[in-house]
Ligand binder design. Structure first.
Ligand SMILES: C[S@@+](CC[C@H](N)C(=O)[O-])C[C@H]1O[C@@H](n2cnc3c(N)ncnc32)[C@H](O)[C@@H]1O
Length: 272
């Protein structure tokens, strides 16, 4: 089901499960660290929002075998990949911009997804309101807006064309410039009066990546998707060539052939 274009968001962002899964080990660690902080012990109803290819949903279902577990996503490609491996998980297509569960839930878990949804001032209270008493909302989002890789995305769109020209439409550049995730204090103020406990923390992972242009390969699976989808073929080629050079300068390969990619993430665990 295609997502309706939304102010500040790009219509028709296509997800590619195999590109995303290239870094599944690195992406798994924060997901597990989030799950480890979930305080509910015997949930009966769980949703994994933006489940993607479902590898984390399966870990959640293994941890809580008595629970009914739903994996929800709006990408048919991701859901097809998720459903390819048999499990008791129910894969459902839905759009988080408007989603609410049909009944109250024990655990809403969402890893690396809610930054794609605009309007956190409405979204987070809506999710908290979907919890049973004692239920938990557990969220991890990248704090990528200020990172070099993402700053260079915006800069390359602004001046990476021939002779320093901009690339793409004004609409695309505006959408990419949107700050996806607020500071932890924002979520504290938003949720403190409607939750019983609220734990918010941020982590910087110094990720050790391998191969040629690994930061480019990383962002191709996530943050670069709106740009890759939003440029025509000719501009995409120009963008990628220029962006690759800028990333190489920002993230030089070490002597041992590895590349370090410092990555910031925000975690939030709330109960009601
Ligand atoms: C970076 S992936 C994260 C996948 C998985 N949670 C993980 O940690 O590996 C983000 C997922 O959010 C989904 N997504 C983005 N916008 C969405 C929306 N409006 N409604 C539902 N899912 C959405 C994408 O299709 C994608 O599968």
């Amino acid at each position: 089901m295609p997502t309706q274009p939304h102010q500040g968001q790009i219509a028709g962002t296509q997800w590619n499960p195999s590109q995303y899964l290239k870094f599944s080990d690195h992406r798994l660690r924060p997901a597990l660290e989030l799950l480890a902080r979930v305080p509910v012990t015997d949930p009966s109803l769980i949703y994994d929002l933006g489940c993607g290819p479902g590898n984390i949903t399966r870990i959640i279902a293994d941890q809580f075998p008595a629970a009914t577990v739903y994996g929800l996503d709006n990408s048919p490609d991701m859901l097809t990949k998720a459903a390819a491996e048999p499990s008791s998980i129910q894969w459902i297509e839905g759009d988080l911009e408007t989603w609410s569960p049909p009944e109250l839930v024990d655990l809403i878990y969402s890893n690396a997804t809610l930054h794609w949804i605009p309007g956190h001032g409405e979204l987070f209270p809506r999710l908290v309101a979907s919890l049973k008493p004692g239920g938990c909302l557990a969220v991890q989002m990248p704090l990528s807006w200020g990172m070099e890789s993402h700053r260079l995305m915006r800069e390359t769109l602004a001046n990476g064309g021939p002779g320093g020209a901009s690339l793409g439409t004004e609409e695309l550049r505006t959408a990419v410039a949107r700050k996806w995730v607020e500071a932890g204090e924002y979520y504290y103020d938003l949720l403190v009066d409607i939750t019983a406990t609220l734990d918010i923390w941020a982590v910087e992972y110094i990720q050790v990546l391998e191969g040629d242009d690994p930061v480019l390969e990383w962002v191709k699976g996530t943050g670069l998707r709106p740009i890759l989808n939003g440029l025509d073929d000719a501009e995409r080629e120009i963008f990628l060539a220029e962006y690759k050079q800028r990333l190489r300068a920002a993230y030089p390969m070490r002597q041992n052939g590895k590349t370090l990619y410092p990555f910031h993430r925000l975690f939030l665990v709330a109960t009601v």
